[in-house]
Design a protein around this ligand. Structure first.
Ligand code: 5GP
Ligand code: MN
Length: 341
């Protein structure tokens, strides 16, 4: 846990001394990326600041209902406008990522910008791509960290309902609705405050989790029935989906989100992997229960990283070869993690 008061003071000064503030989240933004971005946006607006919003690429359907989501400029769709926002900014705040390549195609423009740059995040292993990096992996979400930094500024705690909703979306999506990564009581105290601020918990839950297409539910059924392999001797399971599988079920971005969590509900399974076949590589997602360091596994064998219990990576080979390699490293190195299971 880091001491927030110094960071909060520094951040507050930067907010006050900047004319044009630009908030940017990571590529393929999840609920925490958008939640932390919008919460900070509403805070800065109540301070009367001039604030722009940008995401490197598309927003997923389940986040588009959020107040302010339509104000987020998409770099790959509006390059000219976004480059102008980046050039005119004198402060850029980047949210929820630790490496500059998570800016996707916006990376070069953002890095070249003369603006002062701040990162607020909760991942490990930070790249050195900002003037001020505020990162605390003990936080359940970047949204929680943003909120605590703002609370340190001794201003109104819950600015308005859109702020409270954005914060709640960030917290529930990064913890799988409090299933993982939410070990500390402070998270629940914040949630209690959010309820007092008038958030409608069931409404948000339905908008986030009960908003899928029938195709997505059928794809999930197929994945669990035909594409899940359980390996009890390694206390592990994996699911793989080919490009043809995805096509068959009219896959759209975000459909396979959460699939990787499901094998963990099998008794005795502590580590789960999801392999998705892309055009020239395989995208991997990992989840674990308990102390199994899925992020170390991802970093060591799949050029990836993430959090202890939720991580990801990629492998440039065919699906079959990637699965073979996964099984090989699990067999050869699983023993190192066994006591963690
Ligand atoms: P997901 O499985 O939901 O795509 O990703 C879970 C977490 O793993 C993300 O929040 C992110 O921290 C991390 N992650 C996913 N893919 C990658 C990757 O390719 N590289 C790195 N460094 N981290 C990743
Ligand atoms: Mn996050």
């Amino acid at each position: 846990m880091i001491d927030l008061s110094g960071y909060s003071k520094e951040l507050s000064k930067l907010f006050s001394s900047s004319e044009n503030i630009l908030l940017i989240c990571h590529i393929n933004p999840d609920g925490d990326a958008i939640g932390s971005q919008l919460a900070l946006y509403y805070f800065l607006k109540t301070r009367g600041r001039n604030v722009g919003l940008m995401a490197p690429n598309y927003l997923q359907e389940f986040l588009k209902w959020m107040d302010g989501a339509d104000l987020i400029n998409i770099f790959i769709k509006e390059r000219k406008k976004c480059r102008k926002l980046i050039e005119e900014a004198d402060l850029i705040v980047m949210l929820d990522f630790n490496k500059s390549n998570r800016l996707g195609e916006a990376e070069d423009s953002v890095i070249a910008s003369r603006a002062r740059k701040v990162v607020i995040d909760h991942h490990l292993d930070h790249g050195n791509f900002a003037d001020l990096i505020i990162s605390d992996p003990s936080k359940c979400s970047t949204s929680e960290l943003v909120h605590e930094l703002l609370c340190e500024m001794n201003e109104v705690q819950f600015i308005n309902k859109p702020y409270a909703e954005a914060l709640y979306v960030g917290i529930i999506t990064d913890t799988g609705n409090f299933e993982h990564g939410s070990y500390y009581s402070r998270t629940y105290r914040i949630v209690a405050d959010l309820l007092d601020a008038g958030i409608e918990k069931e409404k948000i839950l339905n908008l986030i989790y009960n908003n899928y297409s029938a195709d997505r539910i059928r794809l999930l059924g197929y994945a669990l029935n035909k594409r899940m392999v359980v390996i009890p001797e390694f206390k592990s399971a994996y699911i793989f989906l080919t490009k043809d599988d995805l096509k068959e079920y009219n896959h759209v971005k975000g459909d396979t989100e959460e699939f990787v969590n499901l094998p963990l509900s099998i008794k005795g399974i502590y580590f789960s992997a999801l392999f998705i076949e892309k055009d020239n590589f395989i995208k991997l997602s990992f989840r674990s229960k308990g102390h199994f360091p899925s992020n170390e596994f991802a970093a060591q064998y799949f050029s990836g990283g993430g959090h202890l219990n939720a991580s990801g990576g990629e492998y440039f080979d065919t699906l079959n070869n990637t699965i073979d390699y996964f099984l090989k490293v699990l067999k050869e190195n699983g023993w190192r993690f066994e006591d963690k299971m």
